[in-house]
Design a protein around this ligand. Structure first.
Ligand code: ZN
Length: 282
């Protein structure tokens, strides 16, 4: 793995020579005021996917990658918290009124049918369905804003996994155990996903401590990006639990979704804090 910084006068290119690349526009917790919210780009060859776009996402995208929402063509939302989808209304509106209404192609969303319904009905609809056609009784729907690309259902056990080869990037989307804090397992948790990218890079997604998930993927992952929080309970993974993991996993584990007091934490034995605004090349 190589890390490259982006020159300050340069936009992030959304294509490369074919290497698998990740670029985190934010690495902080939902309430982070220092390092934005944990959203990232995957880039490989001519393909790119933005995974999540939180409430401060538009600003973080501009400040780290020097890009505008209209530069992004493909979105994969993992779950409905505002630090992951709070910027999607702006993304959809700028897509629609800067290009689609002028006859340009629609951008793409990677999402399964169930989560599309949840995302639209419980989060996005309020701000997006009323529009210039509403007076004539035509309300907009999710697919007025984007083309939908469906991942394929792969398995239900040991947990629900969906898979897609998106323009050469293989994504396995697995359910996580995120909310509520007392859910017994992933089945009884609200829909949320983590990712295995090209069978090499594990991104835990928002999750409580979930040893079963790591047993499933950690050995074969070259690099792990893992959710972290600095106290027990609640809906993310306590650092104290991650410290109990085998050294062979910790040493390839980069922590993300961290609160602003991260510098006071001892993370000896881990690969480090995930860095905002740098190019990770694999
Ligand atoms: Zn969350």
């Amino acid at each position: 793995m190589k890390i490259e910084t982006l020159p300050v006068d340069q936009k992030l290119a959304l294509k490369n020579d074919g290497a698998l690349e990740m670029f985190w526009i934010g690495v902080g917790s939902a309430a982070s005021k220092k390092h934005a919210q944990s959203n990232f780009l995957i880039i490989k060859g001519d393909a790119h996917v933005l995974v999540d776009f939180g409430a401060v996402g538009p600003l973080a995208l501009l400040q780290t990658a020097r890009l505008l929402p209209t530069d992004i063509r493909n979105l994969l939302p993992t779950h409905s918290h505002a630090d992951h989808i709070g910027g999607v209304e702006e993304l959809f509106l700028t897509w629609r009124y800067s290009s689609v209404k002028r006859g340009g192609p629609k951008p793409t969303c990677i999402i399964n049918e169930h989560y599309q319904e949840v995302l639209w009905d419980r989060s996005l609809r309020g701000g997006l369905e009323w529009n210039e056609e509403a007076g004539r009784g035509q309300l907009l729907s999710f697919t007025d804003y984007c083309n939908v690309v469906r991942p394929t259902w792969k398995t239900q056990q040991p947990r629900e996994i969906w898979t897609i080869d998106f323009e050469g990037i293989r994504l396995d989307l697995f359910r996580t155990k995120h909310v509520p804090d007392n859910a017994a397992d992933w089945q009884s948790s609200f829909v949320s996903f983590g990712l295995m990218i090209d069978g090499r890079i594990l991104v835990s997604g928002d999750t409580r401590f979930d040893r079963d998930l790591l047993d499933l993927y950690a050995d074969r992952a070259e690099v792990i990006f893992h959710d972290v929080q600095f106290f027990s309970g609640a809906v993310h993974t306590p650092l104290s639990d991650l410290k109990t993991l085998p050294p062979k996993w910790k040493e390839k584990m980069h922590l993300y979704h961290y609160a602003d007091n991260y510098e006071t934490q001892d993370i000896a034995g881990f690969a480090g804090w995930t860095r905002q605004g740098v190019r990770y090349l694999f």
